[in-house]
Design a protein. Structure first.
Lengths: 197, 197
């Protein structure tokens, strides 16, 4: 778009890449495909991402991770149960808004093996998962959980939500997400009340 | 291999496709790539899979699903906790045996959006997830769990294990899987003792 400041155009491309990856996966995503997808000139797309697909995917993962980090940071202020509910609601919306065609771009980049030299998207994904886990674990600890249990519970929340989004795409239904919600809420309550029957 | 009976050669190709998909994802898998990967003649590979990549992926998902179904059926006979432990151990072995380069082929096919006409691999994945969930839920019910809770717990086990395998690939470590193990075992015990504090 003429007149659009470069940072916005660049950010739009990164957002477009995250959207492509969460729908089609990493292998189907390329600088060329992104230019088509985002209706941007191929030259400028290559200009912004001289590192090609690896750079694009890494930035897309980091972009998507930050959106989730912001949501978790904001919602966990209301407590771990409320944070969990908001996290689940966000994924539910993603699935229903896209007719089950989109999932998590962070997960997408780690289920395709990459050559060693192209490890940056995977590393960005590891950072994302770790930072989400840390946020939830910190909220649990703050609300009374024992640190090791907080970490285990937080890891389970991230793993279960990521897995259930894939189950929902398979079934074309939000049922798996709805079914795990109650279980996760129970676990969170057990952690903060230090209840282990 | 000359003299190899056709069903074995075909089965070897399906196993090879499942291995490619769990490593590289669906998009990077094709009949042509499989012939190279399995060192099979391209002509025979096309001969076995006239439906191309869609057929290959569908059969690969079903093949992988059945291996897991067999393991779950066998190990759950010893009880739901033992079944869970065996399921987790299987994934741990997959990750460490492949240096974190392979995950679950069933998950891999559902995180890449496919055209409507190519929905068969996704449908096979939905069937796989549902049958694993049913096996765990049945074992939980048999050991005293309330049916709705059994279903919720079983869905959480499948979702959390699938998600944690992706987390392990991201981190190149089995820690996420080890961390969720204790939480899942706790949940399974709560379900069969009908304990909800």
């Amino acid at each position: 778009m003429p007149g659009t400041p470069a940072p916005d155009a660049r950010r739009k491309l990164v957002a477009g890449a995250a959207d492509m990856i969460r729908r089609r996966g990493l292998n189907a995503t390329s600088v060329r495909e992104l230019a088509k997808y985002a209706r941007a000139p191929l030259g400028s797309t290559y200009h912004y991402f001289p590192g090609g697909k690896t750079q694009l995917a890494t930035e897309a993962v980091t972009f998507a991770a930050e959106l989730t980090t912001k949501l978790l940071t904001r919602e966990l202020e209301r407590g771990p149960v409320e944070g969990l509910r908001a996290f689940l609601a966000m994924w539910r919306d993603t699935l229903t808004d896209t007719d089950f065609r989109a999932g998590c771009p962070v997960l997408a980049v780690v289920v395709e093996d990459l050559p060693e030299a192209e490890g940056a998207p995977r590393e960005a994904a590891a950072t994302a998962f770790a930072s989400w886990t840390d946020l939830i674990a910190a909220s649990l600890t703050e609300h009374g959980a024992e640190p090791t249990d907080a970490r285990g519970t937080a890891t389970l929340v991230i793993a279960a939500v990521e897995g259930s989004v894939a189950l929902c795409r398979a079934e074309q239904s939000t049922e798996p997400l709805d079914r795990i919600a109650e279980q996760l809420e129970f676990l969170v309550r057990c952690a903060i009340t230090r209840t282990r029957p």
